[in-house]
Design a protein. Structure first.
Length: 465
């Protein structure tokens, strides 16, 4: 291969055609470029260092159309993570944005401008004072306040509630913060649980009614009735049939039945169980001595026989069995052959009653608090029960008034209607129950009265003959 060497300047005004290598010697090149400037790389058509001036450590990177200065991620130059920072917040604009400056490592946040969007969704941009946001089914809207705020209704002690979308209060639905008392006329509840210690009091100005579909149950605890003495019981205003109390005077349960206070069935007022049954010899009873307590059966039998301390029993033909006639006082040894009933007895002489008298018994009941009722066993004086009859009593005879009026109507024989008690010859006067005995003396006035000491309308006249 041939070479052409130039050691001096070559001026060419036309084409140079060469078939070999053109070699510039070192000496020639030194003479040509020594002390001269080649120029900036920016003179190249695809290099742009003018738009963004390069800084130390940057390299040229291809951006798709030009080579431009960029940080060298693979080299030792450029920024590090410690250079990253957040710049000042920009003004709200559009939908908002986050920008990053890859030269300074600064993030800048531009918040969105939501005012126009919010106004669009809330349907109006200038709500009236006091309006609230409300969902209308498809969007939010500003609407006038109609509940859940505003000025409470009613007085300061009334409980506030939503009354058709506004605060409301009722005069009978109140709360007292001083006494911690809630007052309400009606309460509907599935369960009512009372907590805390001490007794719980339910008070009412009238009746308290417990109304249940099936029954009212008291479980896991005793049920105690109100306690009254006989006096305080009798002072109860307008008792009603079915009322029940515990009478501390008689120590028994009592109920108001058929317009009268009576002992409740099974309530005897006894102080305890029978602890022993003794059979006394010669009483005509046989059985075993039993010390069992509580409910049990005690069997007693009549001691039948024809010997001493026996009870004589009729035989199958309704006749007395054969007995020793000598055992019958003042009867001859031959005994009694037969005894016939005398249907027309007569006195053959004077009748000696040995200081006793004839006794008549009247049974007294009550017709509410308006009348005593009178009857007698044989329906002699009173063929039918009578209310507050006029009585005719004979001097020298005895009258027994059995007060079965229920314990609430003390029976008293008086000198006048509403007057003082007449006690001459009277036993147990003014008793609420039991027997009042009147042995009419010769000195008795011709007119007396019987009257209830509680209900003055119950009573009438007693004529003494």
């Amino acid at each position: 291969m041939s070479e052409t060497k130039f050691n001096n300047n070559i001026d060419v005004s036309g084409n140079i055609n060469m078939s070999g290598n053109l070699v510039a010697t070192q000496a020639w090149a030194n003479s040509q470029f020594s002390g001269a400037s080649i120029g900036s790389i920016d003179t190249l058509s695809d290099v742009d260092t003018t738009t963004n001036a390069p800084s130390t450590g940057q390299v040229l990177k291809w951006n798709g159309s030009n080579w431009i200065p960029q940080n060298d991620a693979a080299g030792s130059g450029g920024i590090s993570l410690t250079d990253l920072s957040v710049g000042s917040e920009g003004s709200a604009s559009g939908d908002g944005a986050i920008s990053y400056n890859n030269s300074s490592g600064v993030f800048t946040y531009t918040p969105p401008d939501i005012n126009s969007s919010v106004d669009t969704h809330l349907n109006q941009s200038n709500p009236t004072s006091g309006y609230v946001l409300s969902w209308n089914g498809s969007d939010y809207a500003w609407v006038a306040q109609t509940g859940g705020g505003g000025t409470p209704g009613g007085s300061t002690t009334q409980v506030q509630f939503n009354n058709a979308g506004a605060f409301g209060g009722d005069s009978d639905f109140t709360y007292n913060s001083t006494t911690n008392t809630l007052t309400v006329p009606n309460i509907t509840a599935t369960n009512l649980n009372v907590t805390g210690s001490g007794s719980t009091t339910i008070s009412a100005g009238a009746n308290i009614e417990l109304d249940a579909t099936n029954r009212v149950l008291v479980t896991d605890t005793p049920f105690r009735l109100a306690s009254f003495t006989t006096t305080t019981r009798n002072a109860i205003s307008s008792p009603a049939n079915g009322d029940m109390i515990y009478n501390t005077t008689t120590n028994q349960l009592e109920s108001y039945e058929n317009n009268a206070w009576v002992a409740t069935a099974g309530s005897s007022g006894a102080s305890g169980d029978i602890t022993r049954v003794n059979i006394t010899a010669g009483t005509g009873l046989t059985g075993t001595q039993d010390t069992t307590t509580g409910d049990h059966t005690q069997t007693l039998a009549v001691d039948v026989g024809t010997t001493a301390n026996k009870i004589v029993q009729l035989d199958g033909t309704a006749k007395l069995p054969a007995i020793d006639g000598s055992q019958l006082t003042n009867i001859s040894g031959s005994g009694i052959a037969s005894v016939a009933a005398d249907t027309t007895p007569q006195l053959g002489g004077d009748l000696d009653v040995n200081g006793k008298t004839i006794a008549h018994t009247f049974t007294i009941g009550s017709n509410g608090s308006t009348d005593y009722t009178f009857s007698d066993t044989g329906n002699i004086w009173f063929p039918t029960t009578e209310n507050d009859p006029v009585l005719y009593l004979r001097r020298g005879e005895q009258y027994i008034f059995v007060n079965n009026s229920g314990g609430g109507h003390p029976f008293e024989i008086r000198q006048s209607s509403g007057g003082a008690a007449y006690n001459t010859g009277v036993t147990n006067n003014s008793a609420s129950s039991g027997n009042i005995v009147f042995k009419v003396p010769m000195s008795a006035p011709s007119t007396l009265y019987y009257q209830c000491t509680i209900h003055s309308g119950m009573g009438n006249t007693i004529n003494i003959v």
